[in-house]
Design a protein. Structure first.
Length: 147
């Protein structure tokens, strides 16, 4: 009996990994594509038109809601900060929610901010957004890093 259980466990280890949630995977890809286009490539119009719902809901209290407001904010921001970029370190997806954890820098000299954006996807578009961020300090109380 032990031998049969061991063989079955070994076969499970050899089986190819299969995604348990194709919806999460699709939403993860959508958000990664949107983040790349908006935050790295700075293709604001294309990103907003392709990936964001017109009635996009913004939960950051410093930013207005709506896709038009998102477009206006990033066009102005990138006009003044053409070197701004992100480096994505983690992506998590659970159904219609996708979180990305990344380093955001305004320019190459900037220490940056560690940011987590949470997006809700509906009908193939980003419908809603929450975010939190903290500056990368010059010195840390530990050596673990922020990513």
């Amino acid at each position: 009996m032990f031998f049969v259980a061991a063989v079955c466990a070994g076969l499970l280890l050899l089986a190819p990994a299969v995604s348990a949630d194709p919806i999460s995977d699709a939403n993860k890809k959508l958000v990664l594509d949107a983040a790349t286009m908006l935050f790295i490539d700075h293709k604001v119009d294309q990103a907003v038109d392709t990936y964001f719902a017109p009635d996009y809901i913004q939960h950051n209290p410093l930013a207005p809601t709506g896709a038009a407001a998102l477009r206006n904010f990033f066009k102005g921001f990138y006009a003044g900060n053409p070197d701004a970029t992100i480096v994505i370190h983690h992506v998590l997806a659970d159904g219609d929610l996708v979180a990305i954890h990344y380093l955001f820098k305004v320019n190459k000299q900037d220490r940056g901010m560690a940011v987590v954006d949470i997006f809700r996807v509906a009908n193939g578009r980003i419908q809603e957004h929450w975010d939190v961020g903290q500056p990368v300090p010059e010195k840390s109380a530990n050596s673990n890093g922020m990513f």
